[in-house]
Design a protein around this ligand. Sequence first.
Ligand code: F6P
Length: 359
Amino acid sequence: MLDQTMTLTQYLIEERRRFPQASGQFNSVILAIALACKALSRKVAYGALAGLHGDAADGVNVQGEVAQKLDVLGNDTFLHCLRWGDNVRGMLSEEMQDPWLADPGNGAGGDYLLAFDPLDGSTNIDVNMSIGSVFSLLRVPDSGRPTRVEDFLQPGSKQVAAGYALYGPATMFVLTVGRGTHGFTLNPELGEFLLTHPDLRVPEETQEFAINASNSRFWEPPIRRYVEECLQGRNGPREKDFNMRWIASMVADAHRILTRGGVFLYPRDTKDPSQAGRLRLLYECNPIGMLIEQAGGRASTGEAPILQVTPAAPHQRIGFVFGSRREVERIERYHAEKPEEREHDTPLFNMRGLFRSIA
Ligand code: F6P
């Protein structure tokens, strides 16, 4: 049943051999996350039978979004699995206004901070479509004082590990510890993640893009231009036809891109001027950014590398573009052009256009 395949635990032990001083905390944290994901995977697999479809009784989360029962269970599961072992000193989640911080009086000595979204793509829960969990692991800054929420405000380039679980037809755990991006598939009989996709690589070029086109009237000109050129296909400047996909779960879209390429855009737009984008920097964009870059792709705000952004707030939102390197670089180039250079013939967005602005 095991063939020659390595388990996640074996993979982590092999990695640890490279760091003889390692205490085991790091592996303990990753395995605790994997345990939380396995527990959630079981719940998800029971669908409506688990009684976990629908909204949570106490309603709205810190993002002003309606929390689903599975969001709340996911959050509790992560907290429960990660509190054990005194390895994490703080946990920040989409579902909590303030992070959980280990009690400094309790000898809390963990070296790590965990930021996570326990259930990504919540609108897919009730319709039985792919959802996921996504996490980012940081080191506790060396400050000598008790941990504070500001300690999470580190750029994504400081992440020591990042990953996600995808609850799709098969459950997968995709991980980077800074040496490539590797995919493990859950063997439900063994209850183990097995290394099935070592060294994932995002192809440099693609003919597939993912964007919620219902927001097109709110897009900025560089994004309009990019999408319009894709839609023009082989008759347009790109001289090739493009395909479009949108799963409405960033983890699932990222997984497709990690396996067969493509580009994902949730750009900054003018839909809600109080928000600089839809996705959360610390526990959505940064971990996916690290996984994509470790797989040879590129992750960006649309203008600059996402992993270079210094976060201003724990639940900060930001524009996010990632995927095949050349496509992301093209989008950054379009943003870098001066406004006078941005005047393009945009038939798909003008009065007779397919995506005519009605704003
Ligand atoms: O909250 C994040 C998220 O669910 C992502 O996983 C997904 O890509 C996006 O929001 C879906 O947004 P929309 O509802 O605009 O399609």
